[in-house]
Design a protein around this ligand. Structure first.
Ligand code: NIG
Ligand code: FE
Length: 390
């Protein structure tokens, strides 16, 4: 096992709760160094105190942040929906039914085509600093196509989510489809999944159906998460809080009872600013959630319909500008927040023993992630102690 010291770091974001103060959420160390030993972080502190290591890397005063944890994506699909996006920008509203277009293309694709697409998107994410990604199924909607979607996703991440309950496929009876999702489809998918998810929304699945799918998933050892309150107010957020789910995602339309339920339950609210950007919906107010004591994550929701971006830096910039987060809060939400949304404490931070996943920024501080939107600021991404090819 070889050790590496990355030194001359102008600003190191650790997300270490022991270093954080009321003025510094991110536990920043200035003029810092970090030592990576094998796949883990072995030492963090001021550069002049750094121990010797086998290899020496000079960060040249650049900022280093924990690798981004993108806790919500749908990367297993074929085709794209650029014409639908163009029509939307000309005034056609977003509707859940567009998912069926991608389902048809995905079913028609070979395993090799789907795998190559996921590989390309994961590589695109890496180049933008994402070091942990969650990937959902949900564009297969048959036993075979959901199971193969998850088997493909598993080649790229442990954080795989069974989303057979994305929409009711064309021509299916809703009750019969829920029976399939909670029966044979779940049996085929559970071995490849860690999580179970439901699109709980008008036009997709209602509260009772969501309860049924989550309960069936739990009985097969899958932990629950939800898509909720994306297209309008609804029961999903409070359902997630009631069930004590780790995370509920979208949270675009919230009333006061939803916010209170999130604060009381500790369920992470995952905000997906790429969706509001790409669907022209109003952005949710992260400030309201943070001020109420809700844990907030930011993720890309990368998918061909509502948010075809793989860029966590773009999501950070949008969250700051449009959701009233500070640059520090958005950076935290895209790293430690994403880790919390996946119930992980080994990623999303740079502390003793954490996974050596980090991003070197072509910038002196994390603030530049929002201050310089659209600029490729990722100078290098390290995953499990290894620099990634750019
Ligand atoms: O997270 N909300 C449901 N599913 C995706 C959108 C899928 C699509 O439009 O293809 C989402 O936004
Ligand atoms: Fe989604």
């Amino acid at each position: 096992m070889t050790s590496t010291v990355i030194t001359h770091i102008g600003e190191l974001v650790t997300n270490d709760p022991d270093r954080a103060t009321t003025d510094d959420l991110l536990g920043i160390v200035a003029d810092a160094a970090v030592v990576l030993d094998g796949t883990s972080v072995a030492w963090v502190g001021p550069a002049h105190e750094a121990p010797e290591a086998d290899t020496y890397v000079d960060a040249g005063g650049r900022a280093v942040v924990p690798g981004f944890v993108d806790s919500h994506s749908h990367l297993v699909f074929a085709g794209d929906r650029a014409p639908e996006f163009a029509a939307r920008m000309a005034g056609t509203p977003y509707a859940a039914g567009g998912i069926r277009t991608t389902v048809a293309a995905t079913r028609a694709a070979t395993d090799e085509e789907l795998t190559a697409r996921v590989a390309a998107l994961v590589a695109e994410m890496r180049r933008q600093g994402t070091t942990t990604v969650e990937i959902k199924s949900g564009y297969g909607l048959t036993v075979h196509d959901e199971a193969r979607s998850l088997a493909i996703a598993r080649q790229f991440t442990e954080e795989t989510t069974y989303l057979g309950a994305h929409v009711v496929p064309e021509g299916s009876d809703p009750d019969e489809y829920v029976d399939l999702v909670t029966g044979p489809m779940l049996e085929a998918c559970a071995p490849h999944a860690r999580w179970v998810d439901v699109f709980c929304e008008r036009g997709a699945f209602d509260e009772d159906q969501a309860r049924e799918v989550l309960a069936a998933g739990a009985a097969r050892g899958l932990r629950g998460r939800l898509h909720a309150n994306q297209l309008g107010p609804g029961p999903g957020v409070q359902l997630a809080a009631e069930l004590g789910l780790v995370a509920v995602d979208h949270c675009t339309y919230l009333d006061d009872a939803d916010v209170t339920a999130l604060a009381d339950s500790g369920t992470v609210a995952t905000l997906l600013p790429g969706v509001e950007f790409s669907t022209r919906q109003p952005y949710p107010d992260a400030r309201r959630l943070l001020d109420a004591g809700v844990s907030v994550a930011i993720a890309s929701d990368c998918n061909p319909g509502s948010s075809y971006t793989s860029s966590m830096p773009l999501c950070i910039a949008l969250a700051v500008r449009e959701m009233r987060m500070t640059p520090a809060e958005a950076t935290y939400a895209a790293t430690a927040g994403g880790a919390a949304a996946l119930d992980r404490d080994d990623v999303g931070r740079l502390t003793l023993g954490s996974r050596a996943d980090l991003v070197v920024l072509e910038a002196p501080s994390h603030v530049h992630l929002a201050y310089r939107p659209g600029v490729p600021l990722v100078a290098g991404t390290w995953v499990s102690g290894l620099p990634q090819a750019s």
